[in-house]
Structure formats: C-alpha cells, structure tokens
Ligand binder design. Structure first.
Ligand SMILES: [Zn+2]
Length: 338
C-alpha cells in the first residue's frame, strides 16, 4: 500500500531533525555544504536536501541522510513510478533492449551497464530488477544470477528462468563464490558503501572482479544543469563519487587493478534536459517516460551534442564512471562463503 504524502513528509522532516549533524558516511570526518535546496525531480518525493563534502576524504553525500527504514518506505512508495508496468514507454524500451539496435547503440553511446562485455564464469547482478541485464549477461557468455529486494521484480526475473535471491547483500551467503559481481548504478544508493564493497569482496572468488557504474560528481552536466542534474536523484542517491573517491574506496576495501573510465549516456543527458524543463515540486515528472520526447532527445544527444559528450568523457567530466577492479588472489575478505 503506497504511503500518503503527509506520512512521507513526516518521515523526511523527522529524518532531517535527527540526523543532519552526523559526520561523513565513509570516514566520520567533518562535512561542509556545497549545495543546498536540492529536490527530487523524478518522482515528486517531498523534501529538500543539501549536498555535503567531507573535508577529510572528499566524498560528497546528501544531508539529511535518510534512515534505512525510511528509505525502504520511500522506495516502496515512489521508486520507478511505483513499479508501473505495461506502459507504452516500458514496452518500447523492452523491445529496444532485446533488439540488435541496442548493440549498435552501445557502441555509439558507451556502455554504462557492462552490457557489451563478453566472458565466462559466474556473475551476480546486484539490484538485478526484472532481469533485463541477466538476459544480456547470459547472451554474452556468463552464468548470471541476481540479487533483488523487490519481490515483484525478482519474480519477473525468475519467470524468465534466472536464479534470483531476495536477500540483503550483507546477509547473502552463496554456496560458491562468483567470478564477477556487478554494481550497475547501485553503490551510490548505499547508506554504507564501504560495507557494501566489503560484502562484495566476501562473495568473490580470489581474482574475481567487481564492475561498478555510478554518476560522476565532476560531470560537466552537473555544472550546466545545477539543481536539475538528473543524478542528484535525492533522496535515493546517498553518495556522489569522483574518480578519486571511488578509487580510494576500492583500494581501502582490498581491490587492486582498478581501472576507471567515463561515458555519458545520451539518456542521462535527455533526462537532465527533461527535468530542467518539466519538473515541478511534489509532482512526478511523467515526461521522463514520454517515448517521443525521450527518443528525440536521445537523437539530439548522439548527434548535435556528441562532440561535447566526447570531450567531457576525455577530460574527466563525463556523466558516468565505469570502474572495474579485481580482488587479489589472497583475498583477505573471503570469509563469507559457506
Ligand atoms: Zn569522509
């Protein structure tokens, strides 16, 4: 049952009064405000947030930080437009992802979800949603499984034939460790990203890899769009990484061989443009799911704006970070697997 707006407002207000003076989410250091007055521009979640930067480790994070229970309620009430299915936008999107056109698109647009990587071995997609990625990873040679807390989405992925666990990562104990763990636009949602990477390390084989994609807080689109930048995504994006804060976090959790590069998905550019034009306080921005508008802006992004996106990526100011890292063969964290 969705929560009423008043209940959500009460949750947000209470969270603000209780938690705003906490230190850095990673290191406990002192944080200072770098941006205020950020509001949700996708689903109409009430509340205003600030972005703080840690003076010690440089990580950006939202303030106030929602509590775990409150966040769960917010996901249930709002996320992905209340999990609506069967829309024209949804059907067209699924067709697109299943077509050869998507493979061409990945070459042109950059691959923000590791969908063009071929390989072998076991792979866990954390936050696999309805299993679209699982199908692609399987097609590319992997033996994929998923972790998904949303029971409805997990059910859809299972119907397609995949093994999907509905467990918190911290409680997850696979019988056999994985070759690859994918965190595609997941780590920035975590209230404890260090713990998340420790938990990932605990379920990887020695020499196994983690693949991470997340927004880049150094993106030039953040500068251009300001508060409308689609990747603020309050209150769901808790932390905002740069190349250097992501690298430090990976190193501090035992990973090596770290490679980080950047892409700028045209969909993210289109989303920031739509949010800038249409978002209104307290209302879901339905235009984010308007197929014609989105398609037109995707074409704009990949034609007229393409040189800018390329220069952004090459100069360290692309919109999306793509990191791969490997556990050393003497994995110091491998103690979780039965
Ligand atoms: Zn810090």
């Amino acid at each position: 049952m969705p929560y009423q707006t008043e209940e959500i407002a009460a949750i947000v207000t209470e969270s603000m009064s209780q938690i705003s003076e906490r230190g850095c989410i990673l290191c406990g250091g002192v944080t200072h405000e770098v941006l205020s007055g950020v509001e949700d521009n996708r689903f109409g979640v009430p509340g205003t947030y600030a972005v703080h930067e840690c003076a010690a480790c440089g990580l950006e994070q939202i303030d106030p930080r929602p509590r775990r229970d409150d966040l769960k309620k917010l996901y249930e009430s709002y996320y992905n437009f209340g999990g609506q299915r069967g829309t024209v936008y949804g059907r067209l999107r699924e067709k697109f992802f299943a077509s050869w056109l998507y493979r061409v698109w990945l070459v042109l647009d950059g691959d923000g979800s590791f969908h063009s990587r071929k390989g072998s071995g076991t792979l866990l997609d954390i936050g696999c949603n309805e299993g679209r990625g699982l199908q692609i990873y399987e097609r590319n040679g992997f033996l994929p499984e998923g972790l998904e807390l949303n029971a409805k989405a997990a059910g859809v992925a299972r119907e397609a034939g995949f093994r999907v666990y509905e467990t918190d990562l911290e409680d997850f104990r696979p019988t056999v460790p994985y070759d690859v763990v994918v965190l595609s636009n997941v780590l920035e949602h975590s209230l404890d990203p260090k713990r998340m990477l420790h938990d990932v390390a605990g379920i990887l084989k020695p020499g196994g890899q983690v693949w991470i994609s997340c927004p880049n807080n150094q993106s030039w689109l953040r500068t251009v769009f300001g508060h409308a930048w689609i990747n603020w995504h309050v209150p769901f994006h808790i932390v905002h990484f740069s190349t250097s804060t992501l690298r430090s976090l990976l190193e501090s959790t035992g990973f090596a061989g770290i490679e980080i590069r950047q892409v700028t998905p045209a969909l993210w550019v289109a989303s920031s443009i739509i949010a800038r034009l249409f978002a209104r306080r307290g209302r879901a921005t339905r235009q984010l799911r308007n197929p014609l508008l989105v398609a037109a802006l995707l074409i704009l992004g990949r034609t007229v704006l393409s040189p800018l996106l390329y220069i952004g990526n090459r100069s360290g100011r692309g919109d999306c970070l793509l990191a791969t890292a490997q556990l050393p063969c003497n994995n110091p964290f491998q103690k979780r697997v039965a």
